[in-house]
Design a protein around this ligand. Structure first.
Ligand code: ZN
Length: 84
């Protein structure tokens, strides 16, 4: 049995991000690079274990899948989605 090398979990500078619903429009700074952020109410990227916001550039670098979902405008904005 061939063991695949682990690509997650043991990297020294891995950053866990999450999409969370931001319910207040505020001015914040990116938790990773410090860039000023104008937060709108709605889905946005945050550090997974806090409400520290993350900018799109850092999102694209550390969590490209999540950044792409936000860029598409939402989880249900998919051409294959079943209409409901
Ligand atoms: Zn940033």
């Amino acid at each position: 049995m061939i063991q695949e090398p682990s690509t997650r979990g043991d990297m020294p500078n891995i950053v866990n991000l999450a999409i969370k619903m931001n319910n207040t429009a505020t001015a914040e700074a990116c938790a990773l690079c410090g860039a000023p952020l104008a937060m709108l109410a709605g889905p946005a990227l945050f550090l997974a274990d806090s409400w520290a916001p993350v900018c799109r550039d850092c999102g694209a670098r550390y969590a490209p899948e999540l950044a792409r979902m936000l860029g598409l405008g939402g989880l249900y904005d998919c051409p294959d989605a079943i209409p409901f």
